[in-house]
Write a protein that binds this ligand. Structure first.
Ligand code: SF4
Length: 247
């Protein structure tokens, strides 16, 4: 996906204009079979405490960067203290306007949204965006809803990304229910990704033709603000590729 080419220093990827992505850890609560970082060399490429000075220097050298994305693995697998140290170092940087966290923890372990974590976010002067990852409405139970409500109540912007998975969610009914349930959980649908070409995951591959057919149906059934963007990640591109969706 072009991570290696866009790597600037251990754990620091600069792929898209104005945003840097920080690989905080290789740990994840799920280890999805379709994860495009399954073979990412995390041991040499994670931003531990010793890399924070490098990140700050990179920001100083690149004043057009205004958003930091914490990714992994999953950044919320870090302990509260480790996470806070990294988050606060970015929060203290005047150049950074938004801090985005990509995580699946609120879905699979809603207790991870601790009071300590909420106070870390609340004390920040930056806009905090959390992009969760739910593929099916059945993932969004009452505990998940409560965790997302707690985040919303302190001003965190909540977005969701979904991967289109054959025989899991590749039908209009499931995706429509997912969008409406996400909205009940205070979260807007953001991206619907076509599956990345990952070894051992092709049984999840739903054809592009089928994706277009489903997408045409959900566009008819949902208000525009509940329709995620249909995208594909392509190495070397300056942004995600939006698939043609005028039917
Ligand atoms: S939750 Fe995200 S980072 Fe973790 S394995 Fe799945 S796709 Fe990869």
């Amino acid at each position: 996906m072009g991570d290696a080419q866009a790597s600037q220093s251990p754990g620091l990827i600069h792929k898209y204009h104005g945003r840097i992505l920080i690989i905080t850890t290789g740990a994840c609560a799920i280890h999805c079979r379709y994860c495009f970082r399954r073979e990412f060399p995390y041991s040499d490429n994670s931003a531990n405490r010793s890399q924070i000075a490098n990140i700050q220097q990179y920001l100083a050298d690149n004043p057009d960067v205004t958003e930091a994305i914490l990714s992994g693995g999953d950044p919320l697998t870090l302990s509260d203290s480790k996470f806070q140290h990294l988050f606060d170092s970015l929060s203290d940087n005047q150049q950074i306007k938004r801090i985005r966290i990509h995580t699946r923890l609120p879905i699979v372990l809603p207790n991870r949204i601790t009071k300590h974590l909420l106070s870390t976010f609340k004390s920040s002067t930056k806009k905090v965006v959390m992009v969760i990852h739910a593929n099916h409405p059945n993932e969004l139970n009452d505990e998940v809803e409560d965790a997302l409500l707690a985040l919303k109540n302190i001003g965190v912007t909540l977005l969701n990304q979904t991967v289109l998975l054959k025989k899991v969610n590749d039908n209009a009914s499931t995706l429509t229910q997912l969008s409406t349930r996400l909205f009940e959980c205070h979260t807007l649908p953001y991206y619907l990704h076509l599956l990345d070409k990952v070894n051992g995951a092709m049984h999840f591959d739903s054809s592009t033709h089928h994706a277009h057919a489903i997408y045409a149906q959900i566009q008819k059934q949902l208000p525009g603000y509940l329709v995620p963007k249909l995208v594909q990640e392509e190495a070397g591109k300056p942004h995600k590729t939006m698939l043609q969706t005028n039917y």
